[in-house]
Design a protein around this ligand. Structure first.
Ligand code: F0G
Length: 353
């Protein structure tokens, strides 16, 4: 019997990385497609969730990071750098630890979920907090990599997208063809670009008969792909996608255009409501940003759009345990029922008596 080997070994022949690059892997990928009874019932479609929180560090970033760190290590790098809203840094720190590389992380001060910060620190990263936003951090990471001996592993490094496109391969491998629609959150726009690469490659190889319509969802306070203008001061509780000037802007626009898809924005209120509904109805707990695709689908239904009869995949990008503080905002009354150690008291509090 074999265990899943991680995305570099499982799809090596389909990835544009130097041949025979040894894989630095934590056995990422191979994540479940979970059927959503809730969303299928609402839409009359077959809706699957691609649950990327099941990756080793709890987000889809591990797919690109195994590729980027493998290539950096094989190329002789000794240190790696990234800018991050949290998940990329958590992932980079873990894979750098595995590879014996020194991880350097630039994050916007005060805007990183506690779980992600803990991951970067415990995996041994040097974490530098920047008085600025993600876009400032990315400019600095590029500058550091240009002037000092550190390898940049943000998704402007094309090897990251090579790893991330494997999520599209897995979906087609499981469904037997590409879905009709693919919905996902968009921040720096690497992921939607990577999915499009993957779907396109499978279609060109004849492994899929079609490519899905791509629909990307941004937070209303950080929605440059919707308005067509950078956001100098992006703001959202979904801190993972608090990005005003996405690096893969052009690739993402191309994916939307070629697929006859589009971008739309959802408010923080919609995002947090979708997060809670997904957790309580489908049993899948995702971080706020990861619920943007779900919120987007609900918004479209409310506007009268239909998915009836089609196959839909919604990527939920990261695990809910990364940011419990935001998840619990607004549900305080439900979590502070305290009683004496007594059955009757518990029954009364639970409304059973
Ligand atoms: N969802 C989560 C949980 C993320 O962490 C990110 C991006 C996205 C969605 C958006 O993906 O940037 O490829 O469009 N997080 C990056 C980070 C920016 O630094 O962890 P994207």
């Amino acid at each position: 019997t074999h265990q899943w080997r991680g995305v570099v070994e499982e799809y090596r022949d389909l990835l544009d990385i130097p041949a025979d690059t040894p894989a630095v892997t934590l056995r990422e990928g191979g994540t479940p497609l979970v059927h959503s009874e809730w969303l299928s019932g609402l839409t009359g479609a077959t809706v699957h969730l691609k649950v990327e929180g099941n990756n080793p560090t709890g987000s889809f970033k591990d797919r690109g990071m195994t590729a980027a760190i493998s290539v950096a290590k094989a190329g002789g790098a000794e240190a790696v750098v990234c800018a991050s809203t949290g998940n990329t840094s958590a992932s980079m720190a873990a894979y750098a630890a595995k590879a014996g590389l020194k991880p350097l992380v630039l994050v916007p001060e005060g805007k990183i979920a506690a779980g992600k910060m803990a991951q970067a620190i415990v995996h041994g990263a040097q974490v530098i907090m920047v008085r600025g936003n993600f876009d400032d951090c990315l400019a600095m990471a590029r500058g550091l990599a240009a002037e000092y001996p550190v390898a940049l592993v943000n998704s402007v490094n094309p090897v990251r997208l090579e790893g991330q496109k494997t999520a599209a391969f897995e979906i087609v491998d499981f469904l037997g063809d590409a879905p009709d629609y693919h919905l996902l959150p968009v921040g720096n726009a690497g992921n939607i670009s990577a999915y499009w690469l993957g779907y396109t490659q499978y279609a060109e190889l004849g492994l899929a008969s079609r490519r899905p319509v791509m629909r990307g969802f941004q937070a209303a306070g950080a929605a440059p792909l919707v308005t067509g203008e950078p956001f100098p001061d992006p703001e959202t509780k979904a801190t993972a996608i608090r990005i005003g000037n996405p690096a893969s802007w052009h690739l993402a626009e191309q994916a939307a255009k070629e697929s006859e898809g589009r971008f739309a924005s959802v408010t923080d209120e919609q995002i947090l409501a979708a997060q809670r509904e997904l957790a309580s109805r489908d049993g899948v707990f995702v971080e706020p940003a990861s619920a943007a695709g779900i919120a987007g689908m609900l918004q479209e239904l409310a506007h009268g759009d239909t998915y009836a009869g089609s196959t839909v995949v919604v990527t939920v990008t990261g695990h809910g345990l990364k940011d419990t503080a935001t998840a619990l905002e607004g549900v305080g009354a439900l979590v502070d029922t305290v009683v004496d150690a007594d059955v009757t008291a518990a029954a009364a509090a639970a409304g059973l008596a």
